[in-house]
Design a protein around this ligand. Structure first.
Ligand code: MTE
Ligand code: MO
Length: 325
């Protein structure tokens, strides 16, 4: 397994002519390329572990999967109680320190097994795609959960424009790691940069969102501005924040929490009330949806795949979910 390298100079400061020219070519290539068929990529054959060859193609989610009438987390809570270790491990550290993050200009490097790769300005990356609004549940592995209205673009539509090749079995994501902007980097809480990954069919799934906004406004910095992944059926740590690199890779990429404690955090990390964390139960959760000075609502049962089983369970057909947790 190979770690992805992050440039010591933040991507936003890479402006040599070569990159500029490369970007122009890239934008031209993207403009000329109609969206590749998502279905072709979704049926890529990832391994290990691969779904059985005869697994049914995922059913396109109905509208109801993209919204919920469940009580929403208040904006004040969603932006005050966070995990973003680059700014410290306390839940209030990101709200205190994330203002130091410079989110513009912002470049994203697209690398690996795809026909088109290179450094792209965020505006160019998003421009051709229609921004969608989605209300998703998101559950942290620590036992709290949220309901948040996000806006963003489907990750699969964005990735398809780069034409991943047959060797693209996984997608690896990297967060910015700049000690000047991120005071948490001085602590070895995890190995920086923060990295995450998805199997290609998970990345292409229509529920998977690259968020750029929340509650009808820009994404707050503590929530991962300017670009953050949302995989609503997986524990929150898969939803990597402030992404600077997306790489198509052949082998299962390293992920920060798995690297820290492999017995506690698996690569898949699908929300599963039947597989307890070694140190606590995963059967229930507390919504970050209180009223008045109360931050949390009462405990409720946690649902398989965080309530998205109908839409995503087929991705894992034939897999032992106790083994591949
Ligand atoms: N780069 C980065 N991304 C991250 C984290 C982090 O520490 N660093 N924490 C994760 C965890 S554990 C959770 S629960 C969610 C929290 O998202 P929120 O603060 O927007 O609620 O972000 C995830 N993404
Ligand atoms: Mo989390």
């Amino acid at each position: 397994m190979r770690r992805v390298d992050i440039p010591t100079v933040p991507a936003s400061e890479i402006t040599p002519e070569a990159v500029y020219l490369n970007r122009r070519r890239l934008v031209a290539a993207l403009a000329a390329t109609p969206l590749a068929s998502l279905a072709g990529c979704a049926r890529a054959d990832p391994e290990p572990p691969a779904p059985p060859a005869d697994a049914a193609a995922p059913v396109a989610p109905g509208e109801e999967a993209f919204r919920t009438t469940e009580e929403q987390t208040r904006y004040e809570d969603a932006t005050a109680y966070n995990n973003f270790y680059e700014f410290g491990t306390g839940k209030d550290d990101p709200a205190k320190y994330a203002h130091r993050l410079r989110t513009s200009p912002w470049n994203v490097e697209i690398a690996g097994h795809a026909e088109t790769t290179g450094v792209v300005a965020l505006e160019d990356l998003l421009k051709p795609l229609a921004v969608q609004e989605r209300i998703y549940r998101l559950r942290c592995v620590e036992g709290w959960s949220m309901v948040i209205p996000w806006s963003g673009v489907p990750l699969g539509e964005l990735l398809a424009r780069f034409k991943p090749t047959a060797q693209a079995k996984y997608v690896a994501f990297t967060t910015l790691a700049d000690p000047e902007q991120m005071p948490g980097l001085r602590y070895r809480s995890i190995r920086w940069p923060y990295v995450e990954g998805l199997r290609i069919d998970e990345a292409m799934h229509p529920l998977t969102l690259l968020a750029t906004g929340m509650y009808g406004r820009e994404l707050a910095k503590q929530n991962g501005a300017p670009l953050r992944l949302i995989v609503p059926w997986k524990y929150g740590f898969k939803s990597i924040k402030s992404i600077v690199k997306i790489e198509f890779v052949e082998n299962m990429p390293p992920t920060s929490w798995n690297e820290l404690q492999p017995s506690e955090y698996g690569f898949f990390s699908n929300v599963n009330p039947d597989v307890d964390h070694p140190r606590w139960s995963q059967k229930t959760e507390r919504r970050l949806a209180g009223s008045g000075s109360r931050v949390f609502a009462d405990r409720i049962p946690t649902r398989p795949f965080n309530g998205y089983a109908e839409q995503v369970a087929s991705l894992y057909a034939g897999m032992d979910l106790r083994k591949w947790f």
